[in-house]
Each structure stands twice: as C-alpha cells, then as structure tokens.
Design a protein around this ligand. Structure first.
Ligand code: MTE
Length: 319
C-alpha cells in the first residue's frame, strides 16, 4: 500500500502539554502512518467522552518484581492520549469516540495450532488466572512514553489452557472488525482488522500481559477494552487492542504495520535506541507530562529479562 507522507509536524520538546494537545486538535494528529487526515466529524458523528461512563473496578495486588519503580503517568494522560486508529487518528479522538464500542457480551476465539481450541467469554477470561497489577514502561514508536499500571495476567496462562501443538511457532492477534462500532474502519488508513503477532517464545514470556484493566478499573474503551495485549519491551503498536481472535500458527503471520510499511515497522519491533525509525529517533523519548527528553533504554529497560530471546540475531536486520 502506498503511504502518502505529508511534511512532518515535529513534536516540540518545549511546548507545554496542554498547548501541544490543543495544537493536536487542530492538526488532527501527525500519525504513525504519516497521514494527516481531518478524520473527524464525518466518520464519528456525535462525540462523547468515554470517561464519563461509570467504569467497573478491577483491583489486583501489585506484582513487585515485574513493576518499575517509576511514577506512573496520570489517569488522564493514560486515558486521553491514545493511539487507536479505529476511533480516529488524533491522540484525543479515541477518548471522544470510543463510546460506540460494545464490550459486553464479548468473546475471544482461540484457534489454529492448539489441542484445545475454544471460544472464551470475557467474564470467564477475567477469572482465568489471578489478576496482577504491573507497572510497566510503555514506549511508542513515535518517541513518546508513559509509565502505566496495567492489570491482567501473563498470556502464558491462557496458552497453557489451550495447549499449543508442537507446530505452533507464532501467535497472531486480531482486533474486532465492525464499522458500526469502530467507525474509523470506514477509512482506508489501515487494512482492517488490526493484526499483530509474536513469536511463540515472546508470547509466552512472563512479561507478556493479557491486559484487562488499568488503574484499578476495567479497561476504558479507548485503551483497548475489554482485552488487549501489553508487550513492554516492544514499541506500543505491538500491544494490540480489543482482541476477538488469537491464532497459533506455524508460519510467521502478517501484521498490520508490517503490511503498511515494511521498511518502517518491523515484525520484531523491539525498542532499540540504536535503530532509528525513518521519521523518529529511537535514541531518546519524551515521557508524556515532561518537557525534557530521556534516553531510550534497550528493550525499553527490560533487557535483563528478554535480551536472551534474541541471542545470535542481527537486531538491525530483524528490527
Ligand atoms: N490496537 C488497535 N486495534 N488499533 C490501534 O490503532 N494502536 C497501537 C496499539 N494498539 C492500536 C492498537 C499503538 S500505535 C499504540 S502506541 C498503543 O496501542 C497505544 O495504546 P494506548 O492508547 O493504551 O496508550
């Protein structure tokens, strides 16, 4: 697919965040796809801030070993500065528009190379394994970052139950496709549904979180309700939202961003300060809410836990 690239609007390091967000409103976002659409009114109709809805509590004990000792971003940052193209390209659009997503009833189909393929309802999924709060660093390929208290359990818990066969080498995740609930899918900006995938050893690494909540509540719609993935050592685009299907495969599956721009978005997408994206440095990042830039850490600071998964691989080639 041809990617049109209008001139980039640089993310100013010195613009206070409120000014920055207001400016975003006018620009309707400078996006990962390099597009600047006025993707507003005609697709989304009446907007309503999803936060206004009463959200269900989801409390879980903190997993100390897997949590970073850094101050989390505010609830407001986490729930109003989002990337969720199914609800618009601007960072503030998912919070405005995602109220059309219906998260109950919800099922996740698990299929492919598994002995016990099945469909799991969201209520059962919530009880599948003990929930934990994990405060993770989250690094977007657009060179901004946050620290977020997610809630969920390791994806490995689910894998154990469905029993992957010996042929299962990868896992593909699929977002809901429904233009009535996700009006952004009427636009051609991405090839829908949003697809992501991991190698099997990445998927069952204990840090890979099947995420059901944030900040002591079930996920707000704009954050990928009712179930999403969080892979903290990879760029945020791997952390797919609103999952309806999980496929265990023998061959490496397609992913939305690799299809969109294979030279820009690699399959692995491990946070790597030494390999720049053509439009964003990956050597440093701006923590949302701060003005200064921080150095980006290899594997987003999780090298000790995950670098061994990539031993012997040329990470410039497999970016
Ligand atoms: N999942 C779907 N289905 N659609 C998307 O547009 N955006 C990705 C990822 N998952 C996206 C998605 C990107 S680019 C990022 S940075 C993170 O979600 C953002 O997650 P957050 O909004 O909860 O911070």
């Amino acid at each position: 697919m041809l990617i049109k690239q209008p001139p980039d609007v640089p993310e100013s390091e010195v613009t206070p965040r409120d000014h920055f967000l207001n400016r975003r409103r006018f620009l309707a976002g400078t996006t990962m796809a390099g597009l600047s659409l006025g993707a507003g009114a005609y697709l989304f109709g009446k907007s309503k801030n999803s936060q206004a809805e009463s959200i269900q509590k989801l409390v879980a004990p903190r997993h100390a070993e897997f949590s970073v000792d850094e101050k989390p971003n505010s609830y407001k940052d986490v729930t109003t500065y989002n990337n969720f193209y199914e609800f618009g390209l601007g960072k503030d659009q998912p919070a405005e528009n995602a109220h059309t997503l219906k998260t109950r009833p919800w099922t996740v189909r698990i299929e492919g190379e598994v002995a016990k393929g099945r469909t799991i309802g969201i209520e059962e999924l919530l009880k599948l394994a003990p929930l934990e709060e994990r405060v993770y660093r989250f690094r977007c390929v657009e060179a901004w970052s946050m620290v977020i208290p997610w809630i969920g359990f390791s994806f490995a818990e689910l894998a154990k139950i469905v029993q992957p066969t010996s042929r299962a080498k990868f896992v593909q995740f699929v977002t809901l496709k429904d233009t009535a609930q996700m009006p952004g899918q009427k636009s051609w900006v991405l090839d829908w549904p949003y697809l992501e995938a991991l190698r099997m050893d990445e998927a069952i690494h204990p840090l890979t979180l099947l995420c059901l909540g944030v900040y002591g509540e079930v996920l707000p719609n704009q954050n990928g309700a009712p179930v999403r993935l969080i892979v903290p050592w990879k760029y945020g685009f791997k952390s797919i939202k609103s999952i309806v299907a999980i496929r265990f495969t023998e061959e490496q599956p397609t992913t939305t961003w690799a299809k969109q721009g294979p030279s820009e978005y690699g399959f692995y997408a491990n946070v790597n300060p030494e390999v720049d994206h053509p439009r964003w440095t990956q050597a440093s990042e701006r923590r949302i809410g701060e003005l200064r830039r921080r150095k980006t850490l290899p594997f987003n600071g999780y090298a000790e836990q995950v670098a061994k998964l990539y031993q012997g691989m040329d990470l410039r080639r497999f970016f």
